[in-house]
Design a protein around this ligand. Structure first.
Ligand code: GRF
Length: 197
């Protein structure tokens, strides 16, 4: 008997280390989600080759080939539907999604953000945390809603900020934390979906 798993797609724009962590976690037989595909909006994203090396179908939908954000998102939406995705994980996906797309994937769209939300939404989170004199920062996996980085937090984890930290040092120290948090958060969400059916 095969156990049902929640079909999950991952959106990337670059390196893809969070994507790899999700794919590797999902290889575990008991993990409640399976990764059905990876989509990048950038043809040069390093993560594409990493996904293919892990036997995950990887696709490019290059936003620069579209006249509007909506046209790009329509193709993205259609690809996700063709993959039969039930959940979508943004993992270093650097396009802001419109309310049109977000509403179509309401309660099914997750993101990882490198701060302790609701602090430091948007970009340059580590630099801003250091400049604010904060003693800790972290990462959050949250639901994507129409407002940028404002959806409910699913899980978050903190790391200390050292007195001589730079944004680069902090990002490097936070990365392994992100790589364990995202699979944990997807597990939590997918388990709930399976339990509800
Ligand atoms: C991560 O730090 C994530 O929090 C941020 O972008 C980075 C993506 O890295 N949104 P990767 O592509 O998963 O390696």
């Amino acid at each position: 008997m095969t156990t049902r798993k929640v079909k999950t797609a991952i959106l990337i724009s670059g390196r893809g280390s969070n994507m790899v962590a999700l794919v590797e976690a999902a290889q575990l037989e008991t993990y409640p989600a399976e990764i059905v595909g990876v989509i990048s909006n950038r043809p040069d994203a390093e993560g594409l080759e990493k996904a293919r090396a892990l036997n995950i179908p990887a696709f490019v939908i290059d936003h620069r080939h579209y006249a509007s954000r909506e046209a790009f998102e329509q193709d993205l939406h259609d690809k996700l539907v063709s993959l039969e995705a039930e959940l979508v994980c943004c993992a270093g996906f650097m396009r802001v999604l419109t309310p049109w797309f977000v509403s179509r994937w309401k309660n099914r769209l997750l993101n990882i953000h490198p701060s302790l939300l609701p602090k430091f939404k948007g970009l340059k989170t580590h630099q801003r945390a250091i400049e604010a004199g904060d003693k800790e920062t972290g990462c959050s996996v949250h639901w994507v809603t129409e407002e940028l980085d404002a959806g409910a937090v699913i899980l978050q984890k903190s790391v200390e900020i050292a007195p001589d930290d730079t944004a680069e040092l902090l990002a490097a120290r936070l990365l392994p934390v992100e790589l364990s948090l995202y699979p944990e958060a997807l597990k939590k969400v997918a388990s709930k979906i399976l339990a509800a059916h």
